[in-house]
Design a protein around this ligand. Structure first.
Ligand code: XIL
Length: 373
């Protein structure tokens, strides 16, 4: 996850990997979805309950834990794929736009705002009683080229206009904004070299939070980043950054832990818990903001890898469930048919539902975590 991500236009066709479906079918069969035709002889022990492919709503399990459960979506799939919309509406009570609220799609040309995709997602969420998270106002990725060509005074005006316009439009409807995304550099752990740092200096973070707060004083304002979920240098840098902002009286209310992780190497649950606790001690709310779990690096057959993925989901979501200051868990998509991982990291199956919208073991790992099992 370097700074070289490019944005994806909302009209780019999303890819299905039907070729993997038979493997996943086998895997799901192996985990107990045997169907109703297995004979049970009289007197035989009652079989243990097995997960079905049409499980109860995940949102009910999350509610039982006092958490919100969200997913990142695309408006094109919500409108164009009945199963995508139905699965999402059934299982999730919160939404974030995977792409369509970023600066590129809302203002590709200076001053020419286009909220078509964003409005569709917000409309869907409101129809289905979901909370809406805004993602993201200031990020080095998916920022239009014209922004990079501005002089410092022009950049300041553009940032002010962008934040006021976008946050103002959804005032009272978007409950939380990822105000600044990924500002910490992976190597130096200082501030990342971006158009915003170069043009506005380190004060750009405080400026962004203050502008967002003015535009919607009720919104929960969040700093969001990856690679700092557990303990370590990057997480220390994030902690120092947000503590500094708080000390300066900046209106920041939370930290998003992205949690794009791999089942073959991910932060220890105890470290994530310690990190959540120290952020909570600052008075901040925490959320798991973009979770997915890659499994292509695992050895073993498909069934074993999916079971391992289930365990990782259960363990990590369990950290949020256990901590009162962790308010929500959001997945970066929900079906393996539509995941950014395939194009950024290589083919994988990182999410809760397979390409055919059947619940994977990962789904039940998350459900178990919410239900404390
Ligand atoms: C990714 C989206 O998934 C892609 O569709 C888009 O092209 C680029 O951005 N961290 C973030 C997200 O904060 O905005 C990124 O989303 C994934 C990593």
């Amino acid at each position: 996850m370097t700074g070289s991500r490019s944005g994806r236009g909302p009209d780019r066709p999303l890819r299905r990997r039907a070729a993997l479906a038979p493997l996943l079918l086998l895997a799901l069969g192996a985990c107990g979805d045997g169907g109703s035709d297995s004979p049970t002889s009289p007197g035989a022990p009652t079989p243990a309950p097995v997960p079905t492919t049409d499980p109860g709503p995940l949102r009910a399990a999350a509610e039982a834990a006092g958490k919100r459960v969200g997913a990142a979506v695309f408006s094109s799939a919500l409108a164009g794929e009945a199963q995508y919309a139905a699965t999402f509406a059934k299982h999730f009570d919160a939404v974030v736009a995977e792409y369509e609220m970023k600066w590129d799609p809302v203002e590709l040309q200076s001053g020419a705002y286009d909220f078509t995709g964003a409005d569709r997602i917000v409309g869907f969420a409101e129809e289905h009683g979901m909370k809406i998270k805004g993602h993201t106002l200031i990020w080095h990725g998916a920022t239009p080229t014209w922004v990079g060509e501005l002089s410092p005074p022009e950049l300041r005006i553009a940032v002010e206009d962008h934040i006021r316009t976008v946050v103002g439009r959804y005032r009272g409807r978007v409950y939380s904004w990822d105000v600044v995304n990924e500002a910490i550099d992976d190597q130096s752990h200082g501030l990342r070299d971006t158009v915003f740092l170069r043009g506005l200096g380190p004060e750009y973070l405080a400026l962004a939070f203050r502008l967002a707060h003015e535009a919607d004083p009720e919104a929960l304002l969040v700093y969001n980043d990856y690679g700092g979920e557990g303990l370590g240098d990057k997480s220390d840098a994030i902690y120092a950054l947000v503590r500094g902002l708080l000390e300066d009286g900046v209106p920041i209310h939370g930290v998003g832990l992205q949690m794009h992780i791999s089942a073959s190497g991910y932060p220890r649950a105890a470290d994530i818990a310690a990190n959540v606790a120290r952020l909570a001690d600052l008075g901040l709310v925490v959320n798991i903001s973009e979770m997915d779990v890659r499994i292509r690096g695992l050895t073993g057959d498909t069934g074993a890898r999916l079971e391992r993925q289930r365990d990782v989901y259960r363990e990590v979501v369990g950290v949020c469930v256990a901590h009162p200051s962790c308010e929500s868990v959001t997945f970066w998509g929900f079906t393996d048919a539509h995941s950014w991982i395939d194009s950024f990291f290589g083919p994988d199956d990182p999410l809760l539902f397979d390409d055919q919208y059947r619940a994977k073991p990962a789904f039940f790992g998350v459900e178990d975590a919410f239900l404390g099992r």
